[in-house]
Design a protein around this ligand. Structure first.
Ligand code: C2O
Ligand code: CU
Ligand code: CU
Length: 491
């Protein structure tokens, strides 16, 4: 048994007196439960409900509310879209129109972002500057271009200052854009991975300042809102797994030992042919599109420690994010492969390769420097650290980057801090062309690109199809809420 760690104590501290009383009554999941929950596989694997487009259109209503939901078989008080964690999966095709009526039943403002979709950021499109006040509704409308890449995307709130709390509290859901030519598989599964912390009454405690600085990581890692669900398959079956990391800050370093795992692509970037992999790292916001060929026996989908650094030099502390420590290890799902084997699945058809910007003329270059520093103390005991891009904190009224429509830019993403920052740009995906000073040979397109501590990554972006104002930011949503976000205007 492990006593409540310093981090656990900080979590309790964040609850105030009432929370401490609850702590006294016993936490359902203390920090040591990260190991205890993986002992027993949980319930049968289940997926969120699904809403599909028909005849080029999907109209959906999303109600954001605080209420009672089931998490890992326990009653919890959390946030949800339409009462479910995750929210409903939206299944679309390229060229579709998606209309979402968002109703805010919370006491705080919120809004909606469709992460990774290549759609207009203007007006009632994927506009992160929209604010939906408590009790109000907003009608979003998104039109996917006919050439929209297939793959897994997602939706979540994006109101600056509330994003981490609202996503951590339960607000996330998947969006699937179907393949024009389906890839044959015995079945397709969606795994929405999130993390959460709950006290003995099933409430989500507020994050402490330290947790916000590190980027909060929950004590439980959930798959579709379940703890370590059970899956079954037959030998040689090929399954399609779509995995989404909705965690606010936790990197997922995934393994499925004993099974044949092939990666079709990450985010919207599909490879020409699948790559056989042992492990994949998904930063917050990333998605993996996988094919699993089943090998008889038991397989456990695990996340193993991933060191994303820590601000060791401040407060003299050795504080580390949870995922970088042994506590970062968790069993996410347990797979049993038994029965008669099936005939081998056919070859995967060649995928349409995305465009390669390495041969394109670059019209502008810019550098974004991600830094954490002492500061922000002036504002009456505000944050103890500043989180900046090029020395500035987010200001919705200031445009930090003005880009000419249709241009191809090369951005150098420089991390001047001792923690990794996963960098995300809305609307336009990024092609990674260089990492740690070395040119990449593969064709890699992502919308969240990890920039390691003190590291540097170069990306190219084609500002095609849309104009308007949107944002780029660190997808450790606590860092984003603290100001590590900039405004871009394409015109
Ligand atoms: Cu998923 Cu601006 O983010
Ligand atoms: Cu996004
Ligand atoms: Cu960050």
């Amino acid at each position: 048994m492990e006593p409540i760690t310093r981090r656990g104590a900080l979590t309790l501290g964040g609850l105030g007196l009432a929370g401490i009383a609850v702590g006294g009554a016993g936490l359902l999941w203390t920090s040591s439960s990260a190991t205890s929950v993986q002992v027993e596989p949980g319930g049968k694997f289940a997926e969120p409900s699904e809403l599909r487009s028909a005849k080029g259109l999907l109209r959906a209503r999303l109600d954001v509310d605080r209420g009672t939901v089931l998490i890992g078989g326990h009653t919890a008080s959390a946030l949800s879209f339409n009462g479910g964690i995750p929210g409903p999966t939206l299944r679309l095709k390229a060229g579709d129109r998606l209309g979402i009526a968002l109703h805010n039943g919370l006491d705080d403002p919120t809004n909606l972002h469709v992460h990774g979709l290549h759609v207009s950021p203007q007006g009632n499109g994927d506009n992160p500057f929209v604010m939906v006040e408590p009790g109000e509704s907003f009608d979003y409308e998104y039109l996917l271009p006919p050439e929209h890449p297939p793959g897994l995307y997602w939706y979540h709130p994006h109101h600056h200052g509330f994003v981490a709390d609202q996503v951590f509290g339960g607000l996330y859901g998947a969006i699937i854009v179907e393949d024009p030519v389906p890839i044959q598989a015995a079945r397709e599964r969606l795994l929405v991975i999130s993390d959460i912390t709950m006290d003995g009454l099933g409430r989500v405690p507020a994050a402490s300042r330290m947790e916000q600085m590190l980027g909060r990581e929950g004590e439980l890692v959930l798959v579709n809102g379940q703890v370590n669900p059970r899956l079954t398959a037959r030998p040689d079956e090929r399954e399609r797994w779509r995995i989404l990391n909705t965690c606010v800050s936790r990197y997922l370093h995934l393994r499925l030992d004993g099974q044949r795992v092939q990666l079709l692509g990450v985010d919207s970037g599909r490879f020409g042919a699948p790559k056989t992999v042992d492990a994949i790292v998904l930063a917050p916001g990333n998605r993996a599109d996988l094919l699993i060929t089943m090998v008889g026996g038991t397989g456990v989908l695990r996340t193993v420690p991933y060191d994303r650094g820590g601000p060791g030099w401040i407060m003299g502390g050795g504080e580390r994010p949870r995922s970088g420590t042994p506590a970062g290890h968790a069993s996410l799902a347990t797979l049993t492969v038994a029965g008669e084997s099936v005939a081998a699945a056919p070859e995967v058809p060649v995928q349409r390769a995305p465009r390669d910007l390495r041969g394109s003329a670059v019209t502008a270059r810019r550098e974004l420097v991600f830094a954490m520093g002492m500061g922000g103390m002036m504002g009456g005991g505000g944050s103890m650290m500043s989180f900046t891009i090029n020395g500035r904190e987010f200001d919705p009224k200031r445009v930090n980057a003005t880009v000419e429509a249709g241009s191809v830019e090369e951005w150098t993403l420089t991390n001047a801090s001792p923690m990794a920052h996963p960098v995300h740009l809305h609307v336009w995906p990024m092609q990674v062309v260089e990492a740690a000073g070395r040119a990449l040979d593969g064709l890699i397109w992502q919308d969240v690109v990890n920039v390691p501590a003190r590291g540097q990554v170069r990306v190219r972006i084609a500002f095609d199809d849309f104009v308007g104002r949107t944002v780029y930011h660190c997808h450790i949503l606590d860092h984003e809420d603290k100001g590590m976000m900039g405004v871009i205007e394409v015109r």
